[in-house]
Design a protein around this ligand. Structure first.
Ligand code: GZL
Length: 307
């Protein structure tokens, strides 16, 4: 469905009038992670008998705001969304609050002083993800002297980009690891490739790529190989997400370490939706469980990965 269309899907076969109607505004379809996240939400809504009105914002905040206003006009029972960026939400969420429609944040957080604008935030701890990436590199580069890192950042102003940068910088502070360049690749494979091509042209001393998601890391692999270098060897690569294509590159030795960011939020989200609509208390913050993978670990778990 387009950015403004809100399409019905799921819901009980009987068309039960008591079924919860949920409006969901998704960031877009920019990465393998997002595809897996959308699939998880759609399947969980269907399984829970929740009527899902789904909108794809194509990574534009104004489309998310329009979709949320559309859900308010349709008088849905609950609104959930993954905010593409952290700021600029207070007005539209105040409109939902005044319409007595509860809001749930999923995947990404907002930066607002008014915590009454949403019931709960279900998602990963992105600062911890950045820390895990940095801690692995500190361990891996012990005794190597100065290590030069180029950083492929996620969408400018988004919670994962801001927090993964913060966590990584915290972990490497005091070490010989230096970030010599940072630029957004907007979480896409093409963005990661274009930025990495530019980095390779302007820096001859790149030791490591820290990409805020697998897709940009996979784009960087294409650029590194086109420059006649070996990804994973001449230039090491650390990414976040652990989607199938990233895990395959990790198993193949082209990526060196992946921090998992679990996109399978659907079931937990629907559980929170049912509790919120029933007026039950829910925690203000629900953190998603996730781990990390080395090349050896990727080879073992690849066959059983769900996304
Ligand atoms: C993280 C999510 C990020 C993923 C990217 O929870 O918001 O957005 O890491 C996706 O792959 O584009």
């Amino acid at each position: 469905c387009g950015a403004l269309a809100a399409c019905g899907s799921g819901g009980s076969a009987s068309g039960d009038d008591d079924a919860i109607t949920m409006g969901f505004s998704q960031v877009g379809a920019e990465s393998g992670w997002r595809t897996a996240n959308t699939k998880s939400i759609r399947e969980a809504a269907k399984a829970a008998g929740i009527e899902l009105k789904f909108s794809d914002a194509q990574q534009k905040q104004e489309n998310q705001i329009k979709a949320i206003r559309s859900f308010i006009q349709q008088r849905v029972d609950v609104i959930a969304f993954s905010p593409v960026v952290e700021t600029g939400w207070d007005n539209v969420l105040l409109e939902a609050k005044r319409a007595n429609i509860p809001v749930i944040l999923t995947d990404r957080a907002i930066d607002s002083d008014d915590e009454s604008l949403y019931e709960t935030f279900l998602g990963s701890d992105f600062v911890e993800e950045g820390r895990k990436a940095g801690e692995w590199l500190v361990e891996d580069s012990k005794g190597e002297g100065t290590v030069n890192v180029v950083e492929l950042q996620g969408t400018t102003g988004s919670a994962p980009a801001l927090d993964r940068q913060e966590g990584f910088q915290e972990a490497i502070s005091g070490s010989d690891i230096k970030i010599i360049a940072s630029q957004t690749g907007d979480f896409t494979r093409s963005g990661g490739k274009q930025v990495m091509e530019a980095f390779l042209k302007s820096h001859s001393d790149i030791d490591v790529v820290y990409a805020h998601n697998d897709d940009m890391g996979l784009g960087a692999i294409e650029a590194i190989e086109a420059a006649g270098k070996k990804p994973g060897e001449d230039i090491k690569i650390i990414t976040v997400d652990a989607v199938k294509d990233g895990m395959q590159a990790l198993a193949d030795g082209k990526i060196n370490f992946i921090v998992e960011c679990n996109p399978l939020l659907g079931d937990q989200l629907m559980d929170l939706v049912q509790k919120v609509v029933a007026g039950e208390q829910v925690p203000k913050r629900v953190v998603v469980e996730e781990t990390t993978f080395t090349q050896e670990e990727a080879k073992k778990v690849l066959p059983e990965r769900q996304y």
